[in-house]
Design a protein around this ligand. Structure first.
Ligand SMILES: [Fe+2]
Length: 156
């Protein structure tokens, strides 16, 4: 059985872009599940296209996430980057094995992504909340006091 995943409110990171990207990726996992359940021949092609889309979305998401964590000075950035590298490695391992099974790939992707979302939430949701831009502060400008350089006062 393919592993269908459902978005849970607990998956929200409170960051619009990251949440949207996570949701889109889980949606692709479910399209892959549909392709496996569907016996039609075109579903093989749809599976491949969906997998490619998911990998492109994953690459974009990792870039977004790394940029955000870098900007905000996340202390465990390297560990997070390793997780992304590990994903690329494992996904590529599965598709190049001789006994490549679509269901194995679908199950790997859905479990990995739920794990990533839940794990990221635990690891850096608090960090992002701390780093979220606070409402604009009132800035008091130190205006220069009137000097002798006013019109008509220049030394002649
Ligand atoms: Fe993520």
């Amino acid at each position: 059985m393919p592993n269908r995943v459902q978005w849970s409110p607990g998956y929200n990171m409170g960051h619009e872009t990251l949440d949207r990207e996570h949701q889109n990726i889980l949606a692709q996992c479910n399209v892959l599940a549909d392709c496996i359940s569907d016996a039609a021949q075109e579903s093989d092609q749809t599976f491949q296209q969906t997998f490619n889309t998911l990998m492109a979305q994953a690459a974009e998401h990792f870039a977004t996430e790394e940029a955000l964590l870098t900007q905000s000075g996340y202390p465990m950035l390297e560990e997070h980057q390793n997780e992304h590298d590990e994903f690329d490695y494992l996904a590529n391992e599965i598709i190049t094995t001789e006994n490549f099974e679509k269901i194995e790939l679908q199950r790997f992707l859905s479990l990995w992504w739920v794990g990533h979302i839940v794990g990221s939430g635990k690891k850096y949701r608090g960090h992002l909340e701390l780093m979220a831009p606070s409402p604009p502060r009132q800035i008091t400008l130190a205006l220069p006091t009137k000097t002798a350089a006013t019109p008509g006062s220049a030394a002649g």
